[in-house]
Design a protein around this ligand. Structure first.
Ligand code: BG6
Length: 488
């Protein structure tokens, strides 16, 4: 794809002084510019409350590109990007003030992309301000960042506010995991390879593990995180999105709604977790002080700004079951935590053993075949299989061997784009496939709310784990009760 087939857009970044804009959005726009994917007629309007001179803002953009882009910068691309940027001071709570935005945009034919990198409580006011000045016309889109609410009810409140002014077709809900190259590849891997498109079900698959381990702790976000916890911050969105892509049926086509229809079906088939079964199917944990790569790190309750009585989980495991023909009897173990030993996100699909063990004389039980999809770091795919050890003296000695496809090697060190670059490009091109439809959000919240409420009612205890470890012992017991173990 090149600049010929990307569309000219006016991108309005609400919250342009915030962390997300500085760390992710501006660097992504730079990469699109550098790749020639940004048409010359496109413009970027950076909006915030502060009174800042245009020249000072542009200097701060150049600084943040140097800070957050980990490669040598191309001066021509920086100059081209800066030439597209206008800083606009605006009070987002004042509808009348949006006339300044209207003037800034003028009579442009470009599509209008309103990116909300601000807290969801003000999405409604921004939408009202835009609508007051006809900036919600058919060519306008809104991009909503998470978290959108903290439950089904509160997320509906935000979505209802936005829906007063923008249709679902104009609304792009971000889950940045959907923009990660390896998550995108799930569709291709599953539906372009007959090896995986057939028998991807309970006849051959024993269980699936989806793990997202983070090294980071709270990173100064105590106020937000302590209200959310790892369940709302990571599982309700990122892990569940991965789950749907692993478990969905083939869509009719790659059309956005066909894909999302299939994802919703998976969400609706998730077996509810209630007071009656929450204890055996979930673990909640919180880290205590420990060491990460040789450095001492504080416990959750010792983090800056912490409430020392907090009962919030920084780690969670959920055993999910999908009640449909394809997946009956195949558990999906979801695991995510902060301050774990290493940053690793992976999907591991464990296959069933052959119905009859021909090698029982040598091996009472054969190690399973497994397919590992490494989302990050070292993106790639690995298949574990058994082979005979070669040699005259080796009668039937088997050894597990790995077919290891590292993307880096397979694609000749091709640069792997950041998720936000991909997502920004998809919004520009008006493709909603990588964005979360409202019914997906609702079904996912409905399921997670059940777990959160069961935790509350039963008072399920927090299991502690040492920072820098692989989580609480209870998480090992949960999977061990089923006769299985985590892939480490
Ligand atoms: C965000 C969460 O959505 O995802 C953060 O709010 C988390 O708490 C982050 O650290 C993880 O993203 P990534 O891309 O680094 O795995």
């Amino acid at each position: 794809m090149n600049a010929m087939n990307t569309k000219a857009s006016d991108i309005v970044l609400f919250g342009c002084l915030g962390d997300l804009t500085r760390r992710k959005l501006l660097p992504s726009l730079y990469q699109l510019e550098k790749a020639g994917l940004f048409t010359q007629q496109s413009r970027i309007i950076c909006v915030a409350r502060d009174d800042i001179k245009q020249s000072d803002y542009l200097t701060s953009v150049a600084d943040c590109l140097s800070e957050f882009i980990d490669e040598e910068l191309a001066s021509e691309s920086i100059a081209n990007l800066l030439a597209k940027i206008t800083y606009l001071q605006l009070d987002l709570l004042n509808k009348e003030a949006f006339s300044a935005l209207k003037t800034c945009i003028g009579d442009s034919d470009n599509s209008l992309i309103n990116y909300f990198a601000v807290p969801a409580v003000i999405y409604g006011s921004i939408c009202a301000g835009l609508a007051q000045h006809d900036l919600n016309h058919a060519q306008a889109r809104v991009v909503l960042e998470k978290p959108i609410g903290s439950s089904l009810i509160t997320s509906n409140e935000v979505n209802d506010e936005v829906a007063k002014y923008f249709t679902e077709q104009q609304t792009y809900r971000i889950d940045h995991y959907l923009g990660k190259e390896t998550v995108l590849n799930l569709l291709d891997l599953r539906f372009a390879n007959s090896l995986f498109s057939t028998k991807w079900d309970n006849t051959t698959i024993d269980h699936v593990q989806i793990s997202v381990a983070e090294e980071v702790g709270i990173e100064g976000r105590w106020g937000y995180f302590d209200q959310a916890g790892q369940m709302r911050d990571m599982l309700q969105n990122h892990l569940i999105q991965i789950l749907t892509l692993v478990a969905m049926d083939p869509p009719l086509s790659l059309d956005a709604d066909n894909i999302r229809d299939e994802k919703v079906k998976v969400l609706k088939a998730l077996k509810p977790i209630t007071m009656a079964n929450v204890f055996e199917n979930t673990v909640r944990g919180q880290y205590i002080k420990g060491f990460l790569h040789g450095q001492q790190v504080p416990g959750y309750l010792d983090e800056e700004g912490a409430n020392t009585q907090s009962n919030t989980e920084s780690f969670v495991v959920v055993k999910a079951e999908i009640e449909n023909w394809r997946w009956a009897g195949v558990p999906f173990y979801l695991r995510t935590g902060k301050r774990m030993a290493n940053k690793v996100s992976e999907i591991v699909v464990y296959f069933k053993n052959p119905a009859h063990n021909l090698f029982s004389e040598y091996y009472r039980e054969l190690p399973p075949n497994k397919l590992t999809i490494r989302l990050q770091p070292k993106e790639g795919i690995e298949i574990q299989m058994l082979n005979k050890v070669p040699g005259l003296t080796e009668s039937q000695r088997l050894q597990t061997t790995k077919l290891d496809l590292s993307f880096n090697q397979a694609f000749d060190n091709l640069r792997i784009a950041d998720a936000y670059e991909r997502l920004m490009l998809e919004v520009i091109n008006g493709n909603q496939a990588l964005f979360v439809r409202r019914d997906e959000v609702e079904a996912s919240w409905a399921w997670c709310d059940g777990i959160l409420s069961a935790w509350k009612t039963t008072g399920q205890e927090l299991a502690t784990y040492t920072a820098g470890s692989s989580g609480p012992v209870a998480s090992i017991s949960l999977i061990a009760r089923d006769g299985r173990a985590w892939d480490e």
